[in-house]
Design a protein around this ligand. Structure first.
Ligand SMILES: NC(=O)c1ccc[n+]([C@@H]2O[C@H](COP(=O)([O-])OP(=O)(O)OC[C@H]3O[C@@H](n4cnc5c(N)ncnc54)[C@H](OP(=O)(O)O)[C@@H]3O)[C@@H](O)[C@H]2O)c1
Length: 238
């Protein structure tokens, strides 16, 4: 397989939603704890999240002032990937699917306030499209944040995964939401395993499902157990 093995690891409501207030309800706290435990135990090479999730979980909506940065010029129109020297790359990555380059990072590693080893100190990698402002590339380079190009306006999931395997060296990555990025992966047939913690709650009608705009697919249930009032499920792609 010329891409990393992808495990989509998520907390869901009983009605299969993954966004919204149910996630912060006290009744969902045990599911979140189980989710973080599994996240650590899977020992992947890193995790992937969409721009919205990275913003809500890690950057807090900070935006850099791009007027401070010089545009990065590449030969011709096509932009080049940017990697750090091997010794400066950690073995654990936080991969942000950020097509327009909106995320404002204050460090080139994730700083998790709780020091959770499932996230803390992960090396940030930005996956971008050709739409990005070239000054954003200057900002990323000044921060020591590697970036990969995959696509013109939408992120080409197979190309991004090809690069994550062959340039970065990732063998297994966790896909950790939200609904929109999960949907892009599902439609690209790039999900090998589902790891779900189903919390005993119903979500709001406006909350989003596990995959936005999914297409039909079959999975095989390989494990099901209950933990502290939650259902913990593992499915593999058939
Ligand atoms: N239940 C759980 O386990 C769990 C886990 C993680 C997150 N969440 C929840 O999910 C919420 C956010 O989910 P969401 O579905 O709204 O957003 P999301 O999937 O986190 O991010 C979506 C954004 O990512 C970018 N993107 C991702 N893949 C792309 C592709 N292939 N091509 C182009 N753009 C791509 C786009 O950014 P632009 O908009 O910049 O174009 C898109 O709008 C969070 O607030 C959090 O509560 C839940």
């Amino acid at each position: 397989m010329n891409r990393p093995y992808i495990i989509c690891h998520m907390v869901t409501s009983v009605d299969g939603k993954v966004t919204g207030d149910f996630l912060s309800a006290p009744e969902c706290a045990p599911a979140c704890e189980i989710y973080y435990d599994i996240n650590r135990s899977l020992q992947a090479d890193g995790f992937i999240c969409g721009r919205v999730t990275m913003e809500s979980s890690f950057t807090g909506g900070y935006t850099p002032d791009l007027s401070q940065f010089k545009p990065v010029q590449h030969d011709g129109d096509r932009k080049m990937d940017y990697m750090l020297d091997e010794e400066d790359m950690s073995g654990f990555y936080a991969v942000a699917f950020d097509p327009k380059g909106k995320l404002g990072w204050k460090s080139n590693r994730i700083i998790d306030p709780d020091g959770d080893p499932g996230y803390d100190n992960a090396q940030i990698i930005e996956v971008l499209t050709e739409q990005v402002d070239k000054r954003y590339l200057g900002y990323l380079e000044s921060m020591g944040i590697p970036y990969l190009f995959a696509g013109e306006t939408e992120i080409d999931v197979p190309l991004a995964l090809f690069k994550l395997k062959n340039i970065v060296g990732c063998s297994t990555l966790l896909l950790e939401g939200g609904s929109i990025v999960n949907g892009y992966f599902q439609r690209a047939d790039a999900i090998d395993e589902l790891s779900l913690v189903v919390a005993p709650l119903l979500a709001d009608k406006n909350d989003k499902p596990l995959f936005s705009d999914s297409i039909p697919a079959a999975f095989e249930l390989v494990n099901a157990e209950t933990k502290n009032g939650n259902l913990v499920l593992t499915y593999k792609k058939k």
